[in-house]
Design a protein around this ligand. Sequence first.
Ligand SMILES: Nc1nc2c(c(=O)[nH]1)N[C@H]1C(S)=C(S)[C@@H](COP(=O)(O)O)O[C@H]1N2
Ligand SMILES: [Mo]
Length: 409
Amino acid sequence: MMDTTKHRLTRRALISGGAAFSVLGFPVPFARFLPAGMQPVALAQENILPGKSGLSVLSDRPIAAETPPHLLDENVTSGEHMFVRNNGLTPAVTAEDVADWRLVIDGEVETTLDLSIDDLKNDFEEVKLQLQIECGGNGRKFMTPAARGNQWTFGAVSCANWTGVRLRDVLDRAGVKSTAVYTGHYGADIHLSGDPEKSPLSRGIPIEKAIEPHTIIAYAMNGGDIPLLNGYPLRLAAPGWPGSCSQKWLTRIEVRDREHDGAKMTGQSYRVPRYPVAPGTEVPDEDMEIIQSMPVKSLITAPQTGARVSAGDVFEVRGHAWAGDNEVAAMDVSIDFGATWTRAELSAPVNRYAWQHWRVELTLPEAGYYEVWARATDDAGRMQPATQPGWNPRGYLNNLQHRIAIFAL
Ligand SMILES: Nc1nc2c(c(=O)[nH]1)N[C@H]1C(S)=C(S)[C@@H](COP(=O)(O)O)O[C@H]1N2
Ligand SMILES: [Mo]
């Protein structure tokens, strides 16, 4: 029995660079026997999110943790505040694994590439881009009727400085065949069952998105290592599309002559109905289409919800806004439950796919309870709705307005 397992793990090791499931940085030799859904006891007492602070943990196996909006106030999201969405188990990644890490580019290419991280750094032009990545299920909690999945509120979004190489340049080196239409991505994380043959997540993107110059293979974040939970030492960043397109712990990109069919690519995963449906409708798989660009959205990052201000005094309200493949064209806020709106100042993105910052000065006329509502409009004229937009079975793309509570004293 050990022999079979060893064989399978060796095969996995070839694919994954040797990484295995870890608890607090320790490899777990018998991880394959730990029942799915059972949490390692060590994690019950310890901080289960090494390198993170202040995140709300929605699930611990696999890890799903979101950032409270006020901790996203930074213009560039820091590693400690970057949300985490795992579909499987975080791989252990040692210095040796990093030195031995391979990224294979194969499939519909003239030449299969088998690259180390140094090859990526030495042989391709380095790019630095600020890119927003949002989980397709961000906002799911506010879908009625409820949709199953992680009950994200507002904080499954980040915008960090990423350093890496364009996927396009790597694909050019491999020579993409005219038959190529889609990519399939593979990472070194481990299926909850521990089965090394199964992948927790393997999504892909149309070749047009793959060769878009902002789709990059990143080996650094905010000038340092990518946090382990966010894909160290190598990840894809396909900004503006569901976060699931940005494979963490990246080991292989297969160029395909058809849509990808990996884990969470098919059925109802990361798909919405092709036509509007009444809330609660069951939609057959063949009527679902793959989500591409994420919709326009914004966050109020200061003040924190529940803040107290003095009636009649000016206070600053600020946050960020983003719009998938689009740009945000306008940002408005309301203190009267949407009856009237005030235009906020809005910055241009530092590069395409970076979120934009907005700020406005407000005054509350008299003592009492208020809410600030924030509403972004994209450059195609699409505006965030006050309540859920089109309901869909898995609760994706909920870009309803962010609201905070404010008490005027
Ligand atoms: N290998 C791998 N990559 C992955 C995932 C995963 O489970 N495994 N989750 C995806 C999903 S659903 C999202 S939303 C983003 C989240 O990125 P973050 O955890 O770095 O914030 O990673 C994506 N990349
Ligand atoms: Mo996600």
